[in-house]
Design a protein around this ligand. Structure first.
Ligand code: FAD
Length: 324
């Protein structure tokens, strides 16, 4: 079966990987320039910085299977299982990508075709064939027997609206109820190594900030560079403010806690950080309609659950094609 998966985050990547392993002809479509989605790594002035998700957990046996592939490919390594002096932070092994958080998705992507810089503008379903229209003029349209959508729910609803497409009423109500927190991220180049100890993280140092990490201590950057994630409350409050209003206070809190000077910085707004209201099932699937939905808005908060949502979506498709 020709299957197109939209969204190269961890849910789409795991789904595409599992379908490709089952022998399907799979193309993964992504509007960005690379794979990983919110597992995002950025190069900045010679530093390598994880600017979205910072680590992942491995509890589900299927995630253990993925971990062994990633470890075999040297794409993932253990980061930390506790933070010294922080008994309030639950113990448990956290993993990171060996070259940043995009590394695991890059390994999965070896198994299928990836079409990047393709913003899916509109979908059409006629005579059991999907036609997928890109936003850019001149870019070719794609066709598929089955479509998997793993984009965040608000973007999914916008796509449905642009396409004049709807699912049954109950499903539409549940899709509309999905909610994510927001996160304002600041990436900074530091003048020297920070005073943090291994593993190089600070969680919730003040109410305005959820997370600060040192990417050099983390082991992904040769150059001292930090990631600052503002809390949902701070992010909501300053979402539409200018950088000059919202960034300086975050920088000075980071400078004080890391004992550094931040020489240059860049900010990013994550419109969908963590799901606080989910769909109520790990995925949604309809064989007659030829469509499956997945992502963290279905699976729940965190990379592991998003990955398992993608896995369940693929399993639903495979189960119905009689090719388990
Ligand atoms: C700042 C931040 C910190 C986080 N920290 C952690 C953490 O430390 N640990 C953890 O476990 N989780 C963390 N999370 C949550 C975690 O990143 C997500 O739950 C998970 O990565 C979601 O994966 P996904 O595949 O569902 O979605 P995404 O990763 O968002 O993938 C969806 C993809 O769809 C693409 N897309 C959207 N619309 C279109 C379109 N029209 N056409 C083509 N492509 C499209 C997007 O570009 C994106 O790549 C964090 C999230 C954020 C934002």
């Amino acid at each position: 079966m020709k299957i197109v998966v939209i969204g190269a985050g961890i849910s789409g990547s795991v789904c595409a990987w599992k379908l490709a392993k089952d022998g399907h002809d799979v193309t993964l479509v992504e509007k960005g320039r690379g794979v990983g989605g919110r597992m995002a790594t950025r190069r900045m002035e010679g530093a390598r910085i994880d600017h979205g998700a910072q680590f992942f957990t491995v509890r589900d046996p299927r995630m253990v299977e993925l971990l062994s592939l990633w470890q075999y490919e040297k794409a993932v390594i253990p980061w930390y299982d506790h933070i010294p002096g922080r008994p309030d932070v639950p113990k448990g092994q956290r993993y990171r990508g060996s070259e940043g958080m995009t590394s695991p998705a890059k390994i999965l992507a070896k198994e299928f075709t990836v079409e990047t810089s393709f913003f899916l503008q509109r979908i059409e379903h006629k005579k059991n064939i999907w036609t997928l229209h890109p936003k850019e003029d001149g870019q070719r349209t794609l066709e598929a027997d089955h479509l998997v959508l793993t984009i965040p729910s608000i973007q999914l609803l916008e796509l449905f609206q642009r396409s004049d497409y709807e699912l049954d009423e109950d499903t539409m109500i549940r899709l509309r109820s999905i909610r994510h927190t927001r996160c304002l991220a600041v990436l900074g180049i530091m003048d020297r190594p920070s005073s943090l100890e291994s593993p190089g993280t600070l969680t919730h140092p003040v109410p305005e900030i959820d997370w600060i990490s040192d990417n050099q201590i983390k082991g992904i950057s040769q150059k001292p560079a930090c990631t600052i994630h503002a809390s949902d409350e701070y992010s909501q409050k300053f979402w539409n403010a200018s950088d000059s209003e919202r960034v300086p206070s975050l920088l000075s809190i980071a400078e004080e806690n890391l004992n550094v000077k931040i020489m240059s910085w860049s900010s990013h707004r994550w419109g969908f950080a963590k799901p606080v209201v989910t769909f109520g099932a790990t995925h949604w699937h309809s064989s007659p309609r030829g469509i499956t939905l997945a992502g963290d808005g279905f699976g729940g908060e965190r990379i592991e659950k998003a990955a398992m949502s993608g896995w369940d979506a693929a399993a639903a498709i495979i189960g119905e094609t009689g090719n388990p």
